[in-house]
Structure formats: structure tokens, C-alpha cells
Design a protein around this ligand. Structure first.
Ligand code: NAD
Length: 346
């Protein structure tokens, strides 16, 4: 069975999800939507993705044709030929689209800009793939929550049932994506004056057993987020710093490197290394952990991790489709399949 996937919203996340899906052998892209003729349409054409109008008006379809694009129809037309839609519209727009997907009788995936309450179900590959098997709708959590899940869930799983496991996290967030000229700050450090911030607690939508709070600040950078994380492990956990590093080194979609030895001492070098890997857009799907920034003293673990906000959620969307469409009920086998197909594509 090849699952037919529609992408509603072909922007930063949508174009990457479409590309990752197109290289899998058990799913295909049947079309992507744009709100109007713009430079993003060129990429859809180049990738042989059929183009549809986000709006259901015939006037909107005509505008594409007038600009020289072969627009195949409206969102409603696209939903008729799909088994599942990945909503990649801007944050908080997804809720208005949800009814259209339900009316079309197809499954839907939303992104981290939507609330968990929209679907009552959220997803990360490592935390709750099995809870998402066969569900009609879910939300792939945000880039930050995905990053937290990647490193905290394996650790939590190791010591689960042995006492309290609590986390405090400071999220140092990029101000805007590289292609976004509308956001800031550009000359300030801007705290999120809602304490705790929503970022950390969102992890509990995929792993309720982790007790976590967070503070967040936005800083003038575009390339990555950094998390400074403190974990309080249960007494008698029996782990050392090197055990934690070994655990993460063996866990999927985490890169652990020594900053001093490799001279990767900041997000600038992390993203330069990512560009060397050669993925499309210079993406880094993995969470980057500095080995020499990890310290476990007694029951308290400290570490830093860096998140490529535009891309860590991309392979998770592929795995979410596999869970929802009953293509693979084992998260590790899905992750391996997704990542191998992406690797073969560049
Ligand atoms: P974006 O603005 O880059 O892209 C959104 C696309 O949707 C644009 O092409 C826009 O024209 C289109 N669009 C506008 N109105 C629409 C509608 N009503 N229906 C469908 N499409 C519409 O945004 P993005 O960064 O790709 O974010 C998409 C989602 O992914 C959001 O929920 C966001 O919170 C989440 N997310 C973003 C990042 C990131 O760093 N950019 C990371 C993780 C998750």
C-alpha cells in the first residue's frame, strides 16, 4: 500500500515534509497547496508536485494560471484524492482547516503551532508512536518539544519507576527563521514573560511521566535554538556522565560530539557541519549534544543541546504517517526506514 499524502501549506515546514515523504517507498505526495503564485511554487514544479490552491475559490485558481502555473484545483479537490493531509499552515491556522479534513473524511496531521487540544493527541517518534497507531488525527509537537523528547525520553525510560524524575529547562530561542523578515528581536534578548513557558510542559503531551518546567528567551539569531537543561534523577539511579553520553550516542536522531576536540563550540559550527552533511537546505534532523557540556553530579544532570528548528520535526512527520496509517507499529523500525530513505536521497 502506498499512502497518498496531501500537504496543506508549502512553506518552511511543508516543503521539507513533502521532500522527506517523496523519498519513502510506502507513501507519495499527491499535491501541495500554495495561497497564491509566489516563489515557492517554482520548487513544487521542480519537484513534480501537483500544485493546488489553498483557497476553494475559482478566482484563486485562475490567479495561478494567469501567473503561468498549472494549478490542478482547490484544497477540496486535493483532499478528495488523498488518504491523509499534513497541515503545515502557519501556527494557529490549522484549527480552521481541521473541519475541512473531517468533512473530506481523511486523516490529518498538524504541527507544533497548534494546541494539543485540537486533536487530543500529539506525537514524537521516541515517546508515543504506539499510542498513535491508527488514530485519525494528531499533532507533531514543536521543534523544541521534539528536541526535549529525543534526549529526555530515553533517559526517563532507563530510570522509570525508580523515583521522581524532574526537569528544568531554559530555552534560548532563535528570533526568526532565516527566510523570515517579519520577526525579531534583532538587538535584544527578549524573555517570554509567561512563566513557566509552554515549551517544556508540552513534552507531557507525549510523555506525561516527565515532570518539567521551562523558561524561554528569544535572542538575535536565526539558525538554531539552544536548551540548557537540568534533570533531577531519582536517588540510586546508578548512572555516570559517561553512561548518559553512551545512551544518547546509541539513541536515534541524536548527535553527540566533543566541542573542544571537534572545534564545534557554537551553533554556527553545528550548522556549518550540517551543511557539510549535504542534506537539502543544509538541514540537521538530529539533536546536537555537546559531550563536554554534559555533567552528572550526584542526582543532578546538566547538559546543553542545539535544535535545528526548521528540520528536526521533518522525519517525525513521516513516522507519524506510518503510525496513523498502520504501516509500521514499531517506532525504531520506522525511524530507521525514514532516515535511510532520506539519506539515499542526497
Ligand atoms: P511558514 O509561514 O513558513 O509556512 C506556512 C505556509 O502555509 C506558507 O506557505 C503560507 O502561505 C501557507 N498558508 C497560509 N495560510 C494558510 C492556510 N489557511 N492554510 C494552509 N496554508 C496556509 O510557516 P512554518 O514555519 O512552515 O510553520 C508551519 C507550522 O509548523 C506551524 O504550526 C509552526 O508552528 C510549525 N513549526 C515551525 C517550525 C519553524 O521553525 N519554522 C518548527 C517546528 C514547527
Amino acid at each position: 500500500m502506498v499512502v497518498r499524502v496531501a500537504i496543506n501549506g508549502y512553506g518552511t515546514i511543508g516543503k521539507r515534509v513533502a521532500s522527506a515523504i517523496a523519498c519513502q517507498d510506502d507513501m507519495e505526495i499527491v499535491g501541495v497547496t500554495k495561497t497564491g503564485p509566489s516563489f515557492g511554487c517554482e520548487l513544487a514544479v521542480k519537484n513534480n508536485f501537483d500544485l493546488y490552491s489553498t483557497s476553494d475559490s475559482t478566482e484563486s485558481v485562475r490567479k495561478f494560471h494567469d501567473a503561468g502555473y498549472d494549478c490542478k484545483g482547490t484544497l477540496s479537490d486535493l483532499l478528495k484524492i488523498a488518504d491523509i493531509v499534513v497541515d503545515c499552515s502557519p501556527g494557529k491556522y490549522g484549527a480552521a482547516n481541521y473541519g475541512k479534513y473531517c468533512d473530506a473524511g481523511i486523516k490529518s496531521i498538524f504541527q507544533g503551532g497548534e494546541k494539543h487540544s485540537l486533536t487530543g493527541m500529539s506525537y514524537t517518534s521516541s515517546a508515543n508512536h504506539s499510542s498513535n497507531i491508527g488514530v485519525d488525527s494528531t499533532r507533531v509537537v514543536s521543534c523544541n518539544t521534539t528536541g526535549l523528547s529525543r534526549t529526555l525520553v530515553p533517559l526517563y525510560s532507563l530510570v522509570k519507576g525508580r523515583g521522581k524524575f524532574s526537569v528544568n529547562c531554559v530555552m534560548i530561542r532563535r528570533a526568526a527563521d532565516p527566510g523570515d523578515s517579519s520577526k525579531g528581536p534583532i538587538n535584544a534578548i527578549k524573555p517570554v514573560l509567561k512563566v513557566p513557558s509552554h515549551h517544556g510542559p508540552d513534552l507531557m503531551t507525549v510523555e506525561p511521566g516527565i515532570d518539567i518546567t521551562s523558561l524561554a528567551v528569544a535572542v538575535p539569531t536565526t539558525i538554531m535554538h539552544v536548551h540548557a537543561i537540568t534533570v533531577n534523577l531519582p536517588e540510586g539511579h546508578g548512572l555516570s556522565t559517561s553512561d548518559v553520553i553512551e545512551l544518547w550516542s546509541k539513541s536515534p536522531r541524536i548527535i553527540v560530539m566533543n566541542g573542544k576536540d571537534t572545534r564545534i563550540t557554537s551553533t554556527a559550527e553545528v550548522m556549518e557541519m550540517a551543511r557539510d552533511i549535504g542534506r537539502k537546505w543544509g538541514d540537521l534532523h538530529e539533536i546536537f549534544v555537546w559531550e563536554d557540556g554534559v555533567s552528572l553530579l550526584g542526582d543532578t544532570l546538566h547538559y546543553f543541546q542545539a535544535i535545528h528548528q526548521e528540520s528536526d520535526v521533518i522525519p517525525e512527520n513521516v513516522d507519524a504517517i506510518r503510525a496513523m496509517m498502520n504501516l509500521d507499529d514499531d517506532w525504531e523500525s520506522s525511524v530507521a526506514k525514514t532516515d535511510a530513505a532520506i539519506s539515499r536521497s542526497y
